[in-house]
Structure formats: C-alpha cells, structure tokens
Design a protein around this ligand. Structure first.
Ligand code: ATP
Ligand code: MG
Length: 416
C-alpha cells in the first residue's frame, strides 16, 4: 500500500474528551474517526487490524467445528417478550425504534433470543445436535457512559457463538474446547501473557460463568489472583463460601485492574425453554436443547492491545494484527526505486511512505502508527548495499542486505 494513495492523514491533536492514550493514538494515527461519544468509524488502517483480529477468531472457531452466519441487527420484540428481556428494566441498554408501518423494533444488543428462535426451524431430532453457530456482528448498546475509546462504545463489533447440545456432557465437552480456543486466540492477538480466565458470576447452571480478563491499568474491572495466578476471580464472586470452595485464602489474594475481553456461559435451558427449542431424543421423547453462549469483544480486543503496548511515541502492534508488517521509508532516488518495486511485490505487507514529506516527519508517523518493522532504504546505506531495519517494539536496529529483506518478506508471506 502506498501511503500517498490513502485519504487519511496523521493528526497532531486528538479530541480533548479522549482520555485513554489508545484512543488518542488510534485517532491521531488515522485508525479510527470519532463520530460521536462512544461511536467510531474504522478507517483503512484500523479496519485492517480489526479484520485481522476477526480472522484469528474465525480460524480458531472453525477448527473446533463452528459455523459462521450473520444475523440481522434489527430485532423483533416478540422473541424478546417471550424471555422477559424486552423490558427496559430487565435490559437497560436497549436502543429501540419504531416502524413507520407501526410497531417497535430493537437494535441488537446481543442475539440469544433471535438465534434460539432461528434454530427452531432447523433442530428437530437428536441427529441434528450438537450445533455451534457464530457470527461477527455490530451490537448496539445504550451504555450510560462510553469510556476508554473503542474499549466501551455504544456500537461495537462482537463475536457471539452459541452452542446447542443434547445434554450436559456433550455441552461440557464443547465448553472446554472453547476455553482452549480462547486461550489460543488471546495468545495470537498478543494478549496471551496478560489474559486470565476468571471465575465470574452469572452462571445460570454451574455456579460460575467464566470471563477472560486482560490485566491493564485502565481496565474497568478489579480481579483477584493468588500468587501463581492459577486462580483468578472477579470482584463479584470474592465471597467467603466461594474462596473456600476454590481453596484460597482472602489474605493470599492480590488485586489488579483488568478489561473483560470475552466470556463463556453455560445457559442450560434459559432461552431454549421459554422459546420452545426442543428435539426428539433417540426414544422419540421431546427434550429441551442444552445451550451455551460465548462472546468476544472484537473491537474491544483491538483497543486493549493498542492500550497495552502503546509507548510515548505511539501505537505498537504485535505482528499478527498489525495493519502492515513493514513500514518503508525511501530516501533518495535509488532508495525510492527499490522501495517502489518491493511494494509492488508485497502490497499486502508493506506500507510505503512515498509522501512528499521530510524524513523526520515520516519517522514520527511510522512510530505513531506502530507498524512492527521500519525499513529505511537510503542512498547512503545502499552505497554499502545495506538497508536499515528498526524493530518498533524495542527500537533495536540492524543493517540488512536487500536479499535479506526480500527473504524476510517472502518468508512472512509464506507463513501468513
Ligand atoms: P461489560 O461487563 O464490559 O459491559 P458484558 O458483560 O455486557 O461486558 P457481553 O454482553 O457478554 O458483555 O458481551 C461480550 C463481550 O463484548 C464482552 O466480553 C466485551 O469484551 C464486549 N463488550 C461488551 N460491551 C461492550 C461495549 N459497550 N463496547 C465494546 N465491547 C463491549
Ligand atoms: Mg455490559
């Protein structure tokens, strides 16, 4: 990609009402544009990162047998009335609207009800189970306070997965597969070392649900952990009887701030019963489908990674979700010729800064955007047949030959 072709520009200032540094950098670097409080547009660079997070999740869910759909964002009140959740008292973040033909509609805050209802058309017999259906979709929530840039917004991208099983054993088997898939996902997006599976409330069936919480100072939640972090729990479950059950002492727990990046729930019959999602078992007897649901905040994950790794110069992306792998700054005629050829060969890996600007400004923008590898191809180092590589995360520098550079790019392309 040639930077001169993009309509976005880096900005000197971020809106004054953005306090999170990730939000300031994402706006200044041209990853997102703030539409209004809690509502953001994803620009070319930001969309590439968001898509990469999405793709990692998709790959890991497809590996455990999930099927992707995309359901509508406009929702019928009828289904929600059957579970009692159309009520603004029960669900306090609804965006609702009226049809000009008369009647109300809801803007999807989540999809348990419509998903359960849809599956009634397709689940008839035990032979149809188990089923695992997921989507990436925009959710709308009238959050009282939008916070921390793209980490808490009123419109956001969620991955929501729903499992439909014949019984508890079959459900548990899949639940554990999702736990493992989530660990791989957080590892791949760069949050492996600081994301913990926590005990959380809200378990309808088992005592707990589980959340995946990333340790981060701006996190809205407080989590508690023992020394080796083998047991981590949310504040709301830090009760004497729970601590006893988990075999931990209150005085052995330390607290830290964290952001919820995902969760997994055993729903049991919470939605299948009121909505009448049943199947005929082997004996021909009608049974209620056993359900689970599993969320990941895709756009929140992007915000958390941005926040976690940013430094005083700007964003720092892990390779797997960086919009590009390399940022190339050519200096001089020969450098420009070589850089242009490389970009033509690897347009998906290289962001070529071919703008008519001073090198100093380009260095600052490269740092702000946080592309993992910066390459300077200047006539000066070319005299020794070398180019200069700087690793954004550590500032480590190396001189490479042009052959090395091409080999690195080909190698990366082959592996991704
Ligand atoms: P929270 O406690 O943060 O409000 P939640 O319990 O309401 O989250 P779910 O309804 O289970 O979350 O949504 C699944 C995931 O979507 C969450 O784990 C989180 O990562 C993300 N998410 C929830 N609300 C928002 C929001 N307003 N903006 C961005 N991401 C969100
Ligand atoms: Mg919420």
């Amino acid at each position: 990609m040639k930077l001169s072709h993009s309509f976005t520009k880096t900005l000197r200032d971020a809106p004054k009402d953005e306090s999170a540094r990730s939000a300031q950098y994402l706006i200044r670097a041209g990853f997102v544009h703030k539409e209004l409080a809690g509502v953001y547009d994803y620009l070319p660079l930001g969309l590439r990162t968001l898509n990469k997070v999405e793709n990692i999740i998709r790959e890991e869910l497809d590996k455990i047998g999930c099927e992707e759909v995309r359901m509508s964002a406009l929702q019928s009140p009828d289904t929600w009335k059957k579970t009692g959740r159309w009520s603004d008292q029960k669900v306090d973040i609804w965006f609702k609207t009226e049809l000009s033909a008369g009647g109300e509609l809801g803007l999807a805050p989540t999809h348990e009800e419509p998903m359960t209802n849809m599956l009634k058309t397709y689940i008839k017999s035990y032979k149809d189970l188990p089923l695992y259906v997921y989507q990436f979709q925009t959710k709308f929530r009238n959050e009282l306070r939008a916070k921390s840039g793209i980490m808490r917004t009123r419109e956001f991208l969620m991955k929501d997965l729903y499992s439909f099983s014949a019984d508890e054993d079959s459900h548990n088997n899949f639940y554990h597969k999702v736990e493992d898939a989530y660990k791989t996902i957080y590892q791949r997006v760069g949050l492996g070392d600081c994301t913990y599976q926590t005990f959380a409330s809200g378990g309808i069936f088992s005592k707990f649900s589980h959340e995946f919480q990333t340790e981060i100072p701006v996190g809205e939640d407080t989590i508690y952990y023992n020394k080796d972090k083998s047991i981590v729990l949310n504040e709301e479950v830090k009760l004497p009887e729970v601590l006893e059950e988990l075999g931990v002492q209150e005085e052995d727990l330390e607290s830290t701030r964290a952001a919820e990046v995902g969760n997994i729930f055993t729903l049991k019959y919470k939605y299948s019963e009121p909505l009448g999602l049943t199947f005929n078992d082997q004996a021909g007897k009608e049974q209620t489908v056993f359900m689970g649901c599993y969320g990941i905040g895709v756009s929140r994950v992007m915000g958390v990674v941005a926040e976690k790794y940013a430094d005083d110069k700007g964003l720092v992306w892990p390779e797997e979700i960086a919009p590009y792998y390399m940022y190339i700054i050519p200096i001089g005629e020969e450098g420009t010729k070589i850089a242009t050829e490389l970009e033509a060969q690897f347009p998906d890996l290289i962001l070529l800064d071919d703008r008519n600007m001073r090198p100093g400004e380009k260095f600052a923008d490269a740092d702000l955007m946080g592309i993992p590898h910066r390459i300077v191809i200047s006539d000066k180092t070319l005299a020794e047949e070398k180019v200069e590589q700087t690793y954004r995360q550590t500032g480590e520098q190396k001189l490479l030959t042009l052959n090395d550079l091409t080999a690195i790019l080909s190698g990366y392309e082959k592996d991704h």
